[in-house]
Write a protein that binds this ligand. Structure first.
Ligand code: ZN
Length: 126
């Protein structure tokens, strides 16, 4: 896939689904669009906080070059990172807890990872 037109912010004229997390982008909500050539030309729509996660966790560096980042990959990386955040908080995660954490709603995982990312940001730059 090739990026035809870089990520830019637009206001949703109607409801869409985010191509990363799958959740709704509501009419009137500011979100990002990247125009891509792959199987035809299409717009990749994403929440601004999803792109913040993509950038903050350097997700594109974890993909094969030219492959792009799929929603499956995005969700895998968030799942992984969420476990990492939990480990930092509570130490060792045993099998039982691991299963509990896996069943946490994806939205909650994203929120936790984003919170952790924002919290750590100032330290990274200094
Ligand atoms: Zn999203």
């Amino acid at each position: 896939m090739t990026i035809l037109k870089d990520r830019r912010e637009v206001k949703a004229a109607k409801n869409h689904a985010c191509d990363y997390c799958g959740a709704r982008i509501s009419q009137g909500e500011n979100h990002n669009i990247t125009t891509i050539v792959g199987d035809g030309i299409y717009d990749w729509r994403s929440h601004k906080h999803c792109d913040e996660l993509v950038d903050g966790l350097n997700m594109f560096s974890l993909c094969d070059p030219g492959e792009g980042l799929t929603s499956d990959h995005f969700q895998e990386i968030i799942d992984d990172r969420y476990l990492g955040v939990c480990r930092e908080k509570i130490g060792e995660v045993d099998d039982w807890l691991h299963r509990q954490l896996q069943s946490v709603a994806f939205k909650t995982k994203m929120h936790e990872v984003l919170f952790d990312l924002r919290k750590n940001k100032p330290n990274e730059k200094t």
